[in-house]
Structures are given as structure tokens and as C-alpha cells.
Design a protein around this ligand. Structure first.
Ligand SMILES: Cc1ncc(COP(=O)(O)O)c(C=O)c1O
Length: 405
């Protein structure tokens, strides 16, 4: 069988693979704690459920414009005005099957073979693979000072003649780091000056802690013409707990959007109209669920950080937002893939190896679960790794014996 070079260069999504492993183990009755997931446990907003069901019941579920229904575009325009203070036209907007597809279609519309896309590391697992799928080269950038907060200079040093775009996700998956207003201002100005595309992935922008406010990239833009290379990506998956609805969007200049619409038209003919209908209702409906999710995540973050701080040798940079902690376990095991497998095998805790996000020695731990999941999950990890742990641990009525060093 002959598989294309591009297909061979792409790895499976580690997070989706882990979800499957956890589901299989659970089906077998194993007492799995899933700290690997990237989705809230809360239900989708009732407005979304009612609207989606109503359209389904009508039986009138048809093809729609490839770049989104009129109502969906109106809702995105209103959302953009409310959250970014910017009025855009329907021609500046595309609705896609998740923020993921919006980013993918954008990259397909702007990248030529060999061109480079720069993004801060650690990064969301899909960024490098998406760039590679478009024939481009991913260029991850680490902060020189070893933190999760890069400076403009760190990015600037990687810019060369092949650089086409910079991609920024804030707060960040997997670190939860929220970059400073100054960093965002610098990057917007820098990309405008250098004629680079800037893709701002704002999927977690409302899930911030400690009183932080979302950063509005448009605040720092000077070019609002049809030449603007600023692309804003967002969606309903995270803030509205609607991961399975697969609705996201992008906002950009009209020429780019026309190209993205053409591409998406041939790929999928646009996202499902039923799910767009539900997403419109979520965006325009009662918003209290978003704040309640945000508060739950902040509380879960506090519990997780405290539990990890009681763990000798583990280094933690407290997340500023989003769903994740990204502690450094390298004092115990430098190979994060081995460590994640060990924890799954021995104590049935699912974690995601930091290597998948570009930084080995770390694990991504999700704060989306219950407080019980978090405290018991970290307790199990501590028991498995800390040589001073008692010899035995009970998972329900199953006795585990620590027969490793
Ligand atoms: C940084 C980042 N961007 C985009 C997405 C994709 O969101 P969606 O479910 O809307 O495709 C995710 C999902 O995990 C993410 O973490």
C-alpha cells in the first residue's frame, strides 16, 4: 500500500488516542481516572439543546452556505462586537467544523510548500501536524528564560525568508499561560510591520483566573483594511462545553475568507446546519454557564496546584486559565511517554506526555474532572512515584502493591 509522504509525516492525535484507551479500560471495569481530557464535564447550554432539537424535529435539515448560515454569521458578528469591540461584515466571517477546521482551512489558504509557521512552545498538539498537512514547516519557539511566557525577541529570532505566519494561543494549551498585554501588543505590531499573518487562537479566551480579563488583539492592530493579515479564531467548544458540536469560526480579510470558503466548500460543504443552529442559541442565549464553568475550573486549578505543591520534586507554574496544568516531573522520569504509560499501567491514571506538546519531562493534567478525580488522581500518581510511599494502595477493593523502586 502506498501512503502519501504527508500522511506518513503526521502522527495520531495523542489526546484522542488517550480518550480511546481510557474508554476501553473503563468498559472493562478498570478504575480509571482520566486527567488527560480537554473538555468540560458540564452539559451544553439548554438553549443550544432546545434549538438543535427543534431544527431536527422540523425535518428541514438542508445544505447551507459553505461558510456558515446567515444566523450563525450574525451571531459571530455580534459576539465579535461584544467581546472585541469590532464590527465585521459577513464576508469577514467563516463558520467551520470546530476551531480546529477554521485554523486548518486558514493555513491551507495562506501556506505554500516549505513556508514556515512560528508558534510558542509548548504548543497544542495539532499545530505542527496541521502545518505539515499543508506542506509547510512548523517552527516552535521556546522562551529563552525557560518559562512558558515567550518574549517578542524569542519569536523574532526565528523569523526568516520562509516565515509566513505566527500562531498565538492564549491562554495556552497545555500550560494555561496567559501572555501579557505587552506581548500581544508587540506581536500584533511586529506581524503588521513584517507583513506576516497572525493567527490568534482565542478558544479559551473567557476561561481566565484570578480576575484576568481577555486580551483583545484588535486593540493593538492599526491595519483594518482588506490587507489586514490578522486572523481571529474562536468557537463554542470550550466556553460553552460544546466540544462534540464541532462549531468554530475565523474572522479575517475578505480575500482570505473567500479562499477559505472555497476550500471548505470542497472539503465539507460547511459545518452541520443543525449544530450551527444550536451554537447560535448558545452564543445568543443565557451566558451564566460560561461563568460557572470558569469558576469551577479556577477552583479545580487551585486544588490541583496545591496537591502538586505537596509533591517533592515536581515543579509547577500555576496556570492563568484554560483546562490544564503542565507540571515538570523530570525529577522522577525525563521520558514523559514512559511516565504516562507507567502511570496508566500501575495506577490507572490517564495523563498526556509533555513530549506531545513539544516539552518532554512534563505531563499535561486536565482540571476538567471532579475534585475527587483531581485529588485521587494526584494521590495515585504520588503513590506510584514517591519512594517514601506506603507499600500498598487500595483502588476500591483492589489492592495494589508497590513492587517497583
Ligand atoms: C488551542 C486549541 N485550539 C483549538 C482547539 C480546537 O477546538 P475545536 O473543538 O473548536 O475544534 C483546541 C482543542 O483542544 C485547542 O486546545
Amino acid at each position: 500500500m502506498s501512503i502519501s509522504q504527508i500522511a506518513r509525516s503526521i502522527s495520531a492525535s495523542a489526546t484522542l488516542r488517550l480518550n480511546q484507551t481510557a474508554a476501553l479500560l473503563r468498559e472493562k471495569g478498570e478504575p480509571v481516572i482520566h486527567l488527560g481530557g480537554g473538555e468540560p464535564k458540564s452539559k451544553a447550554p439548554i438553549d443550544a439543546l432546545v434549538a438543535g432539537a427543534a431544527l431536527l424535529n422540523s425535518g428541514e435539515v438542508r445544505y447551507a452556505p459553505a461558510d456558515g448560515t446567515r444566523d450563525m454569521k450574525r451571531a459571530i458578528i455580534r459576539y465579535t462586537e461584544e467581546w472585541y469591540g469590532r464590527r465585521v461584515e459577513p464576508e469577514n466571517v467563516i463558520a467551520s467544523s470546530g476551531a480546529k477546521q477554521a485554523i486548518m482551512v486558514c493555513l491551507q489558504a495562506i501556506l505554500n510548500p516549505q513556508e514556515e509557521v512560528i508558534f510558542p512552545a509548548p504548543y497544542w498538539v495539532s499545530y505542527p501536524e496541521m502545518v505539515k498537512l499543508c506542506g509547510g514547516h512548523p517552527v516552535p519557539v521556546f522562551a529563552e528564560d525557560g518559562t512558558f511566557y515567550p518574549r517578542l525577541q524569542d519569536i523574532e529570532e526565528k523569523v526568516g525568508s520562509y516565515t509566513k505566519a505566527v500562531m498565538i494561543n492564549c491562554p495556552n494549551n497545555p500550560t494555561g499561560a496567559m501572555y501579557s498585554e505587552q506581548f500581544m501588543a508587540d506581536i500584533v505590531e511586529f506581524c503588521e510591520k513584517r507583513g506576516l499573518w497572525l493567527i490568534v487562537d482565542d478558544i479559551y479566551h473567557r476561561l481566565l483566573f484570578d480576575g484576568r480579563k481577555p486580551i483583545n488583539c484588535y486593540k493593538y492592530a492599526k491595519d483594518f483594511s482588506d490587507n489586514s493579515r490578522l486572523v481571529l479564531v474562536n468557537g463554542v467548544s470550550k466556553a460553552y462545553a460544546m466540544t462534540g458540536f464541532r462549531i468554530g469560526w475565523a474572522i479575517g480579510n475578505k480575500q482570505l475568507l473567500e479562499a477559505m470558503c472555497n476550500i471548505q466548500g470542497h472539503q465539507t460543504s460547511g459545518p452541520s446546519v443543525m449544530l450551527q443552529h444550536a451554537a447560535v442559541a448558545a452564543i445568543n442565549g443565557v451566558q451564566s454557564g460560561v461563568e460557572s464553568l470558569r469558576m469551577t475550573l479556577e477552583n479545580n486549578r487551585n486544588v490541583m496546584v496545591e496537591a502538586l505543591r505537596a509533591f517533592d520534586g515536581v515543579k509547577i507554574s500555576p496556570p492563568d486559565g484554560a483546562f490544564y496544568c503542565f507540571p515538570d516531573f523530570s525529577a522522577y522520569q525525563k521520558d514523559s511517554t514512559k511516565l504516562a504509560q507507567f502511570l496508566l499501567d500501575r495506577v490507572r491514571v490517564v495523563t498526556v506526555p509533555g513530549k506531545e506538546f513539544g516539552l518532554d519531562g512534563h505531563l499535561r493534567l486536565s482540571t476538567c474532572g471532579t475534585i475527587k478525580d483531581i485529588t485521587e488522581g494526584i494521590e495515585r500518581i504520588k503513590w506510584a512515584l514517591d519512594p517514601n510511599s506506603p507499600n500498598e494502595l487500595y483502588l476500591g477493593d483492589r489492592k495494589l502493591v508497590r513492587d517497583w523502586t
